[in-house]
Design a protein around this ligand. Structure first.
Ligand code: FAD
Ligand code: FES
Length: 256
């Protein structure tokens, strides 16, 4: 973990509250692996005091790319930053999705959950074929689709609830057939909690190893505040920031 001053190189508004940032942060870019996240604070700024956790979409030293959705005060402030502005970047933090050479991997991304899985495909897709299932509410929710199409993938399955892109429906509607047809050894998922809870139920009958990247509200990002604790299936708690954010799916207690 390191703290470095990142310099915004490009800031692109992709519409519907989605933004793409290219940041020069050489030490973070060098160390970043798929699943890692950074805690971001705008400089100079006292408000909001807390940093915000964001995944790393891509890392090609000296740059990292962040892709985020404006939800509240922190992401709104970030959206106002321009090339030449500075960010305080703490990271890379957390554990990562393992490479698992020789295993057939299905990546499952809902909306902005594409971030760590895009990074995974960019990093390991050159070495072996990967499957990606990507879904969102509609076209405006999938502004990275062209970039996703340029990844090296064995197969890409796209779902949109309004049918504007790919097959109509939620990605969970297509999951069982895809798992039956493609026979992955491992699934790696990231997306809204309700989607992940649905996947946990759907994947249970299959012999796949299922990994999930969780988002949680965070204070510190490195295990000091307990602010990110989530309930585990055995009733104990897990800190998303330093015990995760990647967990075996069956280890988490999902809402019913
Ligand atoms: C490991 C990790 C990786 C993440 N990666 C990304 C990413 O790559 N791109 C991205 O857009 N976001 C990502 N997030 C979520 C991001 O951190 C939050 O959206 C952000 O902190 C919101 O800050 P804010 O100040 O804009 O909103 P706040 O003012 O803090 O909150 C506004 C509202 O947004 C909602 N909200 C806030 N945080 C979360 C959250 N973690 N999950 C769900 N809803 C939330 C709540 O409804 C809240 O009321 C990640 C979170 C974690 C833990
Ligand atoms: S965010 Fe502080 S312990 Fe996880």
């Amino acid at each position: 973990m390191q703290d470095e001053r990142g310099l915004i190189e490009e800031s692109r508004d992709l519409g519907n509250g989605y933004h793409l940032l290219k940041v020069a942060a050489p030490r973070t870019a060098e160390a970043a692996k798929p699943g890692h996240f950074v805690m971001v604070r705008i400089l100079p700024a006292l408000d909001p005091l807390l940093r915000r956790p964001l995944g790393i979409l891509d890392a090609r030293p000296p740059y990292i790319w962040l892709y985020y959705q404006v939800l509240g005060s922190g992401t709104r402030l970030l959206a106002g930053q321009r090339p030449g502005d500075s960010l305080d970047i703490l990271g890379p933090l957390g554990n990562t999705f393992p490479e698992l050479p020789g295993q057939r991997v299905l990546l499952i991304a809902g909306g902005r959950g594409i971030v760590p899985l895009f990074h995974y495909a960019r990093t390991y897709g050159e070495r072996r074929p990967l499957l990606l299932l990507y879904g969102g509410r509609g076209k405006a929710d999938l502004p990275l689709l062209d970039r996703v199409r340029s990844l090296r993938l064995e197969r890409l399955f796209v779902f949109s609830e309004d049918g504007a892109l790919g097959q109509q429906g939620r990605l969970s509607d297509g999951l069982e057939k895809i798992v039956r047809d493609e026979r992955p050894d491992v699934t790696m998922s990231c997306g809204p909690e309700a989607m992940l809870a649905a996947l946990a139920t759907l994947l249970k009958p299959f012999p796949t190893r299922d990994l999930v990247l969780l988002e949680a509200r965070m204070g510190c990002g490195f295990g000091a505040c307990q602010g990110c604790a989530v309930r585990a299936a055995d009733g104990s708690y897990r800190r998303v920031c330093d015990e995760g954010p990647v967990f075996p799916m069956e280890e988490i207690q999902w809402p019913t």
